[in-house]
Design a protein around this ligand. Structure first.
Ligand SMILES: [Zn+2]
Length: 258
């Protein structure tokens, strides 16, 4: 009896995974049989991040493509010259070398560094998926791959005017940065994210994959999901990050059609 109960519980716990596997197998079968999957023309977010909203001013960010340097600069520091101040290499807007190597070329990437008068800085990154499913993945994986340690995580409901609240995931990160005197500096930051296809929003990558598969199998369509993240060295989630996202939300979602 006990064993039976336990197996029912295990089955219930793993049910979402079984459903996902069944959907994956069906999707593969449809693709194998030559099913026609159309990439959606609808974009999930606006294609430009505004250079100003509320008290925030946004700057473009440029990345050094020299793998030994990889420094980044806000547009204001460069005064219109696209050359790395540290090594003299060519700079590229928004794309770091790591992202260029990792993400499929039809991925769209938007970045802006927003700052306000009190000196607070929020880095906004929007990844818009292309035709390959590898454009977007769980941030937990690539953050750890980049040397960050996730020390805490929580989900947060952010009230947004005129609609239901937006659910986001908040990660507290630590990064050990070696300095020139060989001591190690520990930097803390907060990383907040969610996914959207313009209609649906979730911070859960499993649910996002589920929506994607349903669209693919039932409607033969591939939605262009976007992955929005905000990084800050600030630590006040309720006092700083929540009001920032409330201001940013309409900036990101303003226009949804291509
Ligand atoms: Zn450089």
């Amino acid at each position: 009896m006990f064993r039976h109960k336990r197996s029912v519980k295990t089955l219930r716990q793993n049910l979402p995974y079984f459903i996902l596997i069944i959907l994956l197998v069906s999707a593969s079968l449809i693709l194998w049989l030559g099913g026609d999957v159309k990439m959606s023309d609808d974009l999930s977010v606006r294609l430009d991040l505004s250079s100003q909203f509320g008290e925030w001013n946004g700057a473009d960010i440029f990345f050094c493509q020299n793998e030994k340097c990889m420094k980044s600069f806000a547009a204001g520091e460069l005064k219109g010259v696209n050359i790395c101040k540290s090594c003299g290499s060519h700079l590229v807007l928004s794309w770091s070398l790591g992202e260029k190597n990792l993400l499929p070329p039809d991925t769209m990437l938007l970045k802006k560094e927003y700052s306000n008068k009190s000196g607070m800085v929020m880095l906004v990154t929007v990844v818009i998926a292309g035709s390959e499913i590898t454009s977007i993945h769980r941030p937990q994986m690539c953050l750890v791959g980049q040397g960050y340690r996730i020390v805490a995580q929580e989900t947060l409901e952010i009230p947004i005017k005129g609609r239901e609240s937006l659910s986001v995931k908040v990660l507290k990160l630590l990064f050990q940065q070696p300095s020139q005197d060989r001591s190690v500096k520990e930097l803390s930051s907060i990383y907040t994210y969610w996914y959207t296809d313009g209609e649906r929003e979730t911070y859960n990558n499993f649910i996002r994959s589920f929506y994607m598969l349903v669209d693919r199998i039932l409607f033969g369509k591939m939605s262009r999901w976007a992955y929005v993240s905000i990084t800050t060295s600030g630590s006040d989630v309720k006092g700083e990050i929540v009001p920032f996202i409330q201001g940013l939300y309409p900036v990101i979602t303003g226009v949804r059609k291509n």
